[in-house]
Write a protein that binds this ligand. Structure first.
Ligand code: HEM
Length: 415
């Protein structure tokens, strides 16, 4: 390999870097469009424009065998899933739940999700202090479990398993080893619970079995498909929602902008926090043929690591104030935290609906949102966010958006 190849000795998955990766991302962006990470044998892609281009070129940068950093995860965890399929097989798998996740279907859920958000926000804010992660987990798990058709008793297995799945996509190491059994337990639980006898016909799983019965997919595709949607839909939204609340609490002037016009600013506030703190910091792709990335030559069979978290901070795309949280930033929805191209996140309308409902319910009830101590960061090979974030709220004297004055409850889940 030529001495001019941009390379770095960065230990991207070490605790110290995971805790605060932004200086390292800045250094990678200055080093090149593609930077060889010596420690992992992959090419980091740190700039927005290159990540966006690669996502739109699935014939060159494939997902099969390239999403995770280990062969075991690519074959045993991701093999055959929608996330790791290319071409016609990807299109076939993606089609199965496309109707259920399309904007029109999600719009039909709006009343139910809004009512859930208002009920939870009343409950959590009643005592004036709550953990943003508890609220986010409650909201997102209730929604995904109900839609997928899973019983509530399995919530804990699902929560620990879904986060562990993302650790397993990283390199060999302690975090990876600890996560393997948790991720396997979730898949076993899904195999056990997601049977034709157990799931409602109108749930997502019901639709997956219908596709099997219609001969559109194989029986063996059913649970991996469900598992991908479940794992992809939980932690991402939990961390994204909680981070958005933390950002708004850190920036009181932004909270006041949102409060004055929540219908206009709730979704941009969410996108701005996704841009700044992508819940999935990176995913891989495998080169199907040789390619040039910003003047750097990459060979077939090599792997790139798309740094969504770095793309969101790239001053070439977002200007000098790329590190600032500004919900009125023009076109902030063009961030890459939802990926792009054919693998663009399938759950965007659902994630937006859940977060928008919580933000609007909070805006109708709380004049002030304040951080109560520093939030606790979660360290995961791929995910970025908090495991706990205590917030205090001042409740408005006026009635809530639902037209009711919130009733304080005794068992409000405080920290
Ligand atoms: C804030 C919330 C979310 C974030 C940040 C997020 C992020 C992402 C990203 C980055 C990808 C692209 C993967 C790649 O590059 O290969 C993706 C794909 C995907 N997401 Fe999401 N996601 C979120 C919510 C959801 C929800 C709520 C669901 C559904 C329940 C979901 C289901 C999926 C699925 C099925 C894929 C794979 C799509 C494909 O390969 O065609 N996501 N998501």
């Amino acid at each position: 390999m030529s001495a001019l190849v941009p390379s770095s000795s960065l230990a991207l998955f070490d605790d110290r870097v995971l805790a605060d990766p932004y200086l390292s991302y800045g250094s990678l962006r200055r080093t090149g469009a593609a930077v060889r990470l010596e420690k992992y044998g992959v090419w980091a892609i740190p700039r927005h424009a290159d990540v966006a281009e690669i996502l739109k070129a699935p014939d060159i940068f494939g997902s099969e065998g390239g999403i995770a950093l280990t062969v075991l995860a690519n074959e045993k965890v991701l093999g055959g899933t929608v996330l790791a399929a290319d071409g016609a097989r990807h299109a076939k798998l993606r089609r199965v739940l496309s109707k259920q996740l399309a904007p029109r279907a999600i719009k039909a859920l709006a009343e139910r999700i809004t009512a859930r958000a208002e009920r939870l926000v009343d409950q959590y804010t009643a005592l004036g202090r709550f953990n943003a992660l508890d609220l986010a987990r409650h909201m997102v798990c209730d929604t995904v479990m109900e839609l997928m058709g899973l019983p509530d008793a399995d919530r804990d297995v699902l929560l620990s398993g879904a986060a562990a799945t993302f650790d397993v996509f990283g390199p060999h190491g302690d975090r990876y080893q600890q996560a393997l059994p948790l991720a396997s337990r979730m898949v076993e639980m899904l195999h056990e619970k997601l049977t034709r006898e157990n799931v409602a016909q109108e749930s997502w799983m019901g639709a997956i079995f219908e596709a099997v019965d219609a001969g559109l997919i194989d029986e063996g595709d059913a649970v991996p498909l469900a598992s991908a949607y479940t794992a992809a839909g939980i932690d991402t939204t939990v961390l994204g929602l909680a981070d958005c609340l933390v950002q708004l609490a850190r920036h009181p002037e932004q909270w006041q902008i949102l409060r004055r016009d929540p219908i206009r600013w709730a979704v941009p506030a969410f996108h701005e926090s996704l841009r700044l703190e992508a819940p999935i910091q990176g995913f891989g792709r495998l080169l199907i043929k040789a390619a040039d990335v910003g003047g750097v030559r990459l060979d077939a069979g090599e792997q790139v690591w798309l740094l969504y978290g770095s793309a969101g901070r790239d001053p070439r795309q977002w200007g000098d104030k790329a590190d600032a949280y500004d919900i009125r930033r023009p076109r902030n929805h063009q961030h890459l935290a939802f990926g792009g191209g054919p693998h663009l996140c399938a759950g965007i309308p659902l994630a937006e609906l859940q977060v928008r409902s919580i933000l609007r319910a909070l805006a109708a009830r709380c004049t002030h949102l304040t951080l109560d101590g520093e939030p606790v960061r979660v360290l995961n090979n791929l995910l970025r966010g908090y495991s706990a974030a205590a917030l205090t709220v001042e409740l408005s004297l006026h009635t809530s958006a639902s037209g009711r004055t919130p009733e304080p409850r005794q068992q409000g889940p405080v920290l």
